[in-house]
Design a protein around this ligand. Structure first.
Ligand code: PLP
Length: 382
């Protein structure tokens, strides 16, 4: 049984990624920027990986920049907008702190937050109004939310931005590996992070628009066409590509059964934990995510009791740990008093229907135990 349900924070390494990393860390350890033959082979491998990602999302290889992950990519996009005199920008209230914080820092007077509906979806009518009245130079909307799993209408937001002449940035960190990635590169800027879909930590990519103002983030060496200096991490890049290919290959065939397993879990948890409430239950969500409020005791007690039974869940975004109430859930209208009752359960490529069933059973044991410690893991049947 696999009790890991915190995949929106990070995923275990996919075997295909591990194999690629091990192989290429031995085979291509040379610096891809060096000039001898072996380094040329490493450079070729790096460019093959770039091409592979570009093909997946639908752009030219020259538009893909490798960097350390979505935090760096999102910061770089906002910094690019600030340096480029974009005037004002608009970001959805759902964004990850690595969009919200640089936006607040770099656009202190000219940042608009796009509101969210109680279903956890960005309010497109409000976005249209903002585009028409405030004319932001750039809009940021993530593809799928990390806290609720709610899918965002990024294609519609992109179309609105096109109509109003604003650039569109999409943080697809939670979408990639869980939904098909074809067509994502229609967004002007696009970010992804390998460790959210079975790749290693510390590697990701940024897609930038062709043409326009030249993109620069880290300055130093000439790597990544001078757009992001620093020796490229080729083994990690190749592992990211391998993981992406492996998880995306099974998306279409598994989505129905994955959604069904989650539905069975949701139905059973409502029966075994009286008072539980599913957040954004009626919205289109990633197949891997369930966010809910539990009855007392507080969420951290539930978390530690589930942990005793072998299940890893989260009280919300890993990045809001200790920060108190979730801004995203408050923006959706969750009463402040319920902030301490939220649990996020997020499976991944490795999670089976039996794992969801075992998790429901663990919830039952914790609920039944009341104030006492729950039965041991041996009590779980699935
Ligand atoms: N964006 C979203 C939507 C995320 O969920 C995360 C990770 O929690 C990030 C960005 C940050 O990603 P990274 O860990 O690659 O910096």
């Amino acid at each position: 049984m696999n009790g890991y349900f915190d995949c929106n924070a990070t995923t275990p390494l996919h075997p295909a990624a591990r194999a690629a990393w091990l192989e290429n860390t031995d085979r291509f350890w040379q610096n891809p920027s060096s000039l001898y033959r072996e380094a040329g082979a490493a450079r070729q491998m790096l460019e093959d990986c770039r091409e592979h990602i570009a093909d997946r999302v639908g752009c030219g290889a020259e538009d893909i920049i490798f960097l350390s992950g979505a935090t760096e990519a999102n910061n770089a996009v906002i910094a690019h907008a600030a340096a480029g005199g974009f005037g004002s920008i608009a970001v959805s209230a759902l964004e990850h702190p690595c969009v919200l914080e640089p936006a607040a820092h770099l656009f202190p007077e000219s940042l608009t937050h796009i509101p969210v509906t109680p279903d956890g979806v960005v309010d497109l009518a409000a976005l249209e109004e903002i585009l028409a009245t405030q004319r932001p130079g750039m809009v940021a909307l993530m593809a799928a939310n990390n806290e609720t799993g709610v899918l965002q209408p990024w294609q519609d937001a992109l179309a609105l931005c096109r109509r109003h002449g604003a650039l569109f940035h999409c943080d697809a960190a939670q979408w990639i590996g869980k939904k098909p990635s074809a067509g994502l590169a229609a967004c002007d800027f696009l970010t992804g992070s390998a460790h959210k879909f079975g790749g290693p930590k510390g590697i990701g990519f940024l897609k930038v628009p062709e043409g326009g103002r030249p993109f620069r983030s880290l300055r130093g060496g000439p790597q990544e066409e001078r757009r992001r200096a620093g020796t490229e991490n080729l083994p990690a890049v190749s592992a990211m590509v391998a993981a992406w290919e492996a998880v995306e290959a099974e998306l279409a065939s598994l989505e129905t059964s994955r959604l069904a397993a989650r539905r069975v879990f949701e139905d059973s948890i409502k029966m075994v934990v009286p008072g539980v409430q599913l957040i954004a239950e009626a919205s289109d969500r990633l197949w891997n995510t369930v966010t809910l409020t539990v009855p007392p005791p507080v969420n951290v007690k539930w978390l530690s009791r589930l942990s005793t039974l072998g299940f890893a869940v989260s009280t919300g975004s890993a990045c809001s740990r200790g920060a108190g109430a979730s801004d995203v859930l408050l923006a959706m209208g969750l009463p402040y008093d319920l902030s301490g009752q939220v649990l996020r359960l997020s499976g991944g490529w490795q999670t089976t229907a039996d794992d969801w069933a075992a998790l429901a059973e663990a919830f039952r044991l914790v609920a039944e135990a009341g104030d006492r410690p729950p039965a041991t893991r041996e009590g779980i049947h699935c």
